[in-house]
Design a protein around this ligand. Structure first.
Ligand code: FES
Ligand code: FE2
Length: 379
């Protein structure tokens, strides 16, 4: 018996869980209901490894980036001791934020009453506290979030009992080993605010079936929808492999050295569940960093990453601008698709639809989602 989900019947769950050839999409309630989103926050986001930044974005001791993660203001800090940490940036005195934005600091001094913390989050100075009994600066440290660095990505997890990330994605890592993701650096970031559920974005990212509709003049001539394939997975990830329709290499930066011809030509989309999205082609990685804000709202940052050595090429700025332009143009096509899907999901007559076998990654993903959201009793 699976546990119940708000607004979702056992029959609907059963249709999602069928073999791919018979499977249906998630029902609209999975996307549009606030109570489902609240459950997702508890059962999925707060228990998952979420990618926050690349190590090259906090390259030097003292570098920091601040952001809000599931309602918690956090900062990613490259400590003076060389360690990269993710910690709360809320002051231990009366809860002001000790940092905003990004930059480089030796100390984080709270703007309210000037308590100062070092780059490990340790309180080192609290002025005018002499009369406070039993107060010791040494006892005060900004709460730390579990952090792991994988292939140059800094991930964090609010669940103290979560299994380490890297062993869960071994097969995934092997698949992309030759692309040397750890050597990539972020060279540009595009930002979007969108009025859809975050899963609408993930699903759009993870199938090439829509090349024949949405991208018929952009992607379809180069990566035919019908040729796309999805390997079986053995963990919390999916890979969509889109073989190139033509033998010649696409224009732009040379591929990462050591790639097989097919690896250099083909396009890959991947998701490390729940929403760590990577598009990989030749020597360009587009990292879609998703920030779900409510059932019907998300923020998205698309980071363009290339091998560090390539960023120093002469004329690279222009190449980077061209890559940005292309990524944005494709994403604008996807925005149009996601807008119309979102309208449909909110319409009262909408029900589950049938999946194409080309949407195997969505099927993998939906069943993982159900396992997290509506686990078998006792699971
Ligand atoms: S709130 Fe930070 S020093 Fe008072
Ligand atoms: Fe698309």
């Amino acid at each position: 018996m699976t546990q119940e989900l708000p607004g979702i019947s056992a029959d609907e769950i059963d249709r999602v869980a069928r073999p791919l050839e018979e499977a249906a999409t998630l029902p609209p309630a999975a996307y549009i209901r606030d109570d489902v989103f609240a459950l997702e926050t508890d059962r999925v986001f707060r228990k998952s490894w979420l990618p926050l930044a690349r190590v090259d974005q906090v390259a030097k001791p003292g570098d920091f980036l601040s952001m809000d993660l599931l309602g918690q203001p956090v900062m990613i800090v490259h400590g003076q001791d060389g360690e990269i940490r993710v910690m709360s940036r809320t002051c231990l005195h009366r809860a002001a934020q000790v940092a905003e934005g990004n930059g480089n600091r030796k100390l984080f001094t709270c703007p309210y009453h000037s308590w100062s913390y070092d780059t490990a989050g340790q309180l080192v100075r609290a002025p005018l506290m002499e009369g406070a009994g039993d107060f010791a600066e040494a006892d005060c440290r900004l709460p730390q979030v579990r952090t792991e660095i994988w292939q140059g990505f800094i991930l964090a997890n609010f669940d103290p009992d979560a299994a380490p990330f890297a062993p869960q994605v071994k097969t995934f890592e092997t698949y992309f080993e030759t692309f040397r993701l750890a050597d990539m650096v972020v060279v540009r970031t595009l930002e979007y605010d969108s009025d859809w559920n975050w899963k609408v974005l993930v699903e759009n990212f993870m199938e090439a079936y829509h090349h024949i509709g949405v991208h018929q003049e952009t992607f379809e001539p180069a990566y035919h929808a019908r040729d796309s394939r999805v390997p079986d997975n053995d963990g919390s990830w999916s890979i969509l492999h889109m073989p190139a329709a033509h033998a010649e290499l696409p224009p732009g930066l040379p591929p990462v050295e050591g790639l097989e011809d097919w690896q250099a030509r083909d396009l890959f989309a991947s998701v490390l569940y729940p929403h760590f999205l990577l598009g990989i082609q030749g020597s360009v990685v587009t990292w879609y960093q998703v920030f779900p804000e409510s059932a019907g709202k998300l923020k998205l940052k698309i980071h363009i990453c290339v091998p560090g050595a390539y960023a120093a090429f002469e004329g690279f700025d222009q190449i980077a601008d061209e890559i940005c332009h292309m990524v944005d143009a494709i994403h604008q096509e996807d925005i149009g698709a996601n807008d119309t899907v979102w309208k449909g999901l909110n319409a009262p007559m909408t029900r589950q639809g049938r999946l194409s076998p080309l949407e195997k990654a969505i099927w993998q993903y939906n069943n993982w989602w159900l396992g997290k959201m509506a686990p078998e009793d006792g699971a």
